[in-house]
Design a protein. Sequence first.
Length: 257
Amino acid sequence: MIHPTAIVDPKAEIGENVDIGPYSVIEKGVSLGEGTKIGPHVVVREGTQIGKRCQIYQFSSIGEAPQAIAYRGEPTLLQVGDHNIIREYVTLHRGSVKGGGKTVLGNENFIMAYSHIAHDCQIGNQVVMANGATLAGHILIEDYAIIGGLSAIHQFCRVGTHAFISGLTGVSLDIPPYMLSSGNRAKLFGLNSVGLKRANFSEETLKALKMVYRTIFRSGLTLEKAIKKVGEDDVSHIPEVQHLLQFIQHSKRGICR
């Protein structure tokens, strides 16, 4: 159902059973997947592709131009997957040419009110961003990460899978997978134990990750020596340990500790 006060460009692609609420604006070139619901007073800009059965709440701005000084109006994209919940006043920006031209939001994410996802961010699946969480440009968020309310993440940072960032946290370095971080400038406070247990990680994996955390972040060894020590340990074959090590080794900004 399209409300009679909504403005929908004839060149927009509207799937079956899509709802568009009062006073919303859907520009040309936008695609809305089957069963997606757009609330009142939502603006979806040209270059936005939204998947199936998403819910976008009132006053959100979806696919606006990137807040990048070098941007000169080039055509870029925002790609939103399926089953995403995007709450009130959320802002999602398209990519920039220098950043690859594409901002991506995966599937089954929960983006709460007033959150901001800037240009060229790559967001995985089942990520939670609490109210007012803010991502600068070029950020990578892996699957299942949780970002607390009013937290802010610096451009080009990465947040690993199943990481938990508490509210009011300022993140300027990469947050490793499976870890809990907090602080005016983020510091690690051990594993995201509650989240990992809720995700049904095995006791073997939890014990291995705790041992790796102590070795890498609390042993006093240099990062290079700590990674080498873990690589020689019996737990190095565990997939989560391997992913943690690879994440750290591929860091460009540096790892939060």
